[in-house]
Every structure is written in structure tokens, then in C-alpha cells.
Ligand binder design. Structure first.
Ligand code: 13P
Ligand code: ZN
Length: 272
């Protein structure tokens, strides 16, 4: 069967659009940020011969539960700014090999590159989210300015952090009633931060890396993007009002908003 042009694939288009939007929003300076998107074998098979492996790349950790799964992933050191104009260099499509510790490159990383240094956090987060939501597909990491600024003035207590967000914007509890997980400042790009992130991902779709950035997950690119976008917008409101706060959204209103949308807010935050 003749394969379709990979540059026309909807998943490549989604990666180009998401990275371009994130760059334009100022969330992803230089090579900051990374995205991984789990793809179906059938959808990739329309564009690529799945028996043709360009090269293999060791993962450096055990990915056994994801054997055979295919992901399109941003490359390490690559600038989000450049993905749209050269997707084949800045993105790659990899399949987790049968040994569970190797990735098979099916397309991309044309200059000899490899997937993001945050591959452990991405793959471990995929495993954690899939265990609670089989329709999960996307892990998105970003460095949005106001979210990181909030870390310098707020405690790393995730309930306190979530409460501050819910109190600052009525959309916050509606978009993330499950709250935001928060990790303390840690060394990034390691298996350790991957394990800690995945632990949070069993309970949260959003995880903040203190003084570094945020992870958002979802079934679609829009869902993951929209979660980060709403946290960042809310963090901006919080930071702009810091030092002048005279009026926050009362807990009763936050609770009523959740009720209106049939949502259950994370327990232990609201005093109602
Ligand atoms: P990569 O260039 O390896 O994706 O790293 C960027 C980043 O955001 C590290 O946390
Ligand atoms: Zn980062």
C-alpha cells in the first residue's frame, strides 16, 4: 500500500501547532518544554512502514508496560520556535521495543538527535495516567512565566497552591477541580524526577515542578494545553494582584461553581 505523506498527518500538524502556540505565549524559551503524544499503530501505519527502524535509542530506564506503543516526541535541545519550519529535525516518532529499554526510531530526529531529556518523566507519566484513564494520550511540559513566579512566593504545599489558584479565577476550579500536584525543586532530566512526577500523576492531571515549570496531561492536545493555559492565566492574575489582595473568591462560591458543573473539588482545601 502506498503510504501517505507524513507531513500531512494530523498528529504532526498538532505538534507543530502546539509548539508554535506555546512559543508565542512565551512559555517555552530556547529549548524549554517538551511534548509526547501516544499514537495508534493504525494511524501511524498510514504514513510509515512500521517494519523500518531507522536506528535504536536506549531509554535508560524500564518502559516495559509501554512495549509496542508509539509516540511522537519533541527532540532534546530543540527549540519550540523551530518545530513548525522543520518538524523532521525537531520531532521524532519512536516505538518502545520488545526489550522495554530501547526506543526504535521510525521517523524524525533527522540530524542524529534524540528525544527530550525529560523522556523518563514523560514515559512514567504516560504509564501513571493510563492506569487511571485508558483514553489518556498527551504529556506536555512547559515553562510558563507566572506559574514559575508563583513558586517563589508560595509554599510547595499542593493544597495551598491549588487553593490560591481557585481563589483567583472562577474558571480554575471548573477546569481543574482535581487540583494541581506540586513537587519541590529537584534536579530535572533524571529518572528520580520522573518517578516523583508519575507518583503525582496517579492523582493529578497537572503537576508543577517548583522553580522550573509544569506538566499537563490529557486525552487530546487541547485538553493538556488548556489545563496549562488556565493555570498560567490564573497564576498571572495572582502575581499581578500580589501585595494588593483585598478580595478573593470565597470558598462557598468555589464550592457552588463545582456543584453547578457536577464536579468534585479535591478534598481538604475548601472550608465549607
Ligand atoms: P529538552 O530540550 O531535553 O526537551 O529539555 C528542555 C526542558 O524543558 C528540560 O526540563
Ligand atoms: Zn523543563
Amino acid at each position: 500500500m502506498v503510504k501517505k505523506n507524513i507531513f500531512d498527518a494530523p498528529f504532526v500538524k498538532e505538534m507543530r501547532e502546539a509548539t508554535a502556540n506555546m512559543y508565542r505565549l512565551g512559555w517555552d524559551e530556547r529549548n524549554g518544554g517538551n511534548i509526547s503524544y501516544m499514537l495508534g499503530e493504525e494511524e501511524v501505519g498510514e504514513y510509515l512502514d512500521l517494519s523500518e527502524v531507522i536506528r535504536t535509542i536506549p531509554t535508560g530506564f524500564d518502559v516495559t508496560p509501554l512495549i509496542g506503543k508509539i509516540f511522537i516526541v519533541t527532540g532534546t535541545g530543540k527549540y519550540f520556535k523551530n518545530v513548525d519550519k522543520d518538524p523532521e529535525t525537531n520531532l521524532g516518532i519512536v516505538r518502545i521495543a520488545k526489550d522495554g529499554t530501547t526506543a526504535e526510531l521510525l521517523w524524525g530526529y533527522k540530524d542524529g538527535g534524540k528525544f527530550t531529556s525529560e523522556f523518563p518523566a514523560h514515559m512514567m507519566s504516560h504509564m501513571a495516567r493510563l492506569s487511571v484513564d485508558p483514553t489518556h494520550r498527551i504529556v506536555m511540559h512547559s515553562h510558563p512565566t507566572y506559574t514559575i513566579a508563583m513558586n517563589t512566593v508560595c509554599s510547595t504545599d499542593e493544597k495551598e497552591f491549588t487553593h490560591k489558584l481557585w481563589q483567583s479565577n472562577t474558571e480554575a476550579v471548573v477546569v481543574f477541580p482535581d487540583g494541581v500536584g506540586v513537587l519541590p525543586c529537584m534536579v530535572c532530566g533524571t529518572n528520580e524526577i520522573g518517578i516523583a512526577t508519575a507518583e503525582k500523576m496517579k492523582h493529578f492531571r497537572l503537576v508543577v515542578w517548583t522553580n522550573h515549570g509544569i506538566y499537563g496531561t490529557g486525552r487530546t492536545m487541547d485538553e493538556a494545553f488548556g489545563l496549562i493555559e488556565t493555570v498560567e492565566k490564573t497564576a498571572q492574575i495572582y502575581m499581578l494582584s500580589l501585595g494588593h489582595i483585598v478580595n478573593v473568591i470565597p470558598d462557598q462560591i468555589i464550592s457552588d461553581l463545582a456543584k453547578l458543573w457536577n464536579l468534585t473539588p479535591l478534598e481538604g482545601i475548601l472550608k465549607v
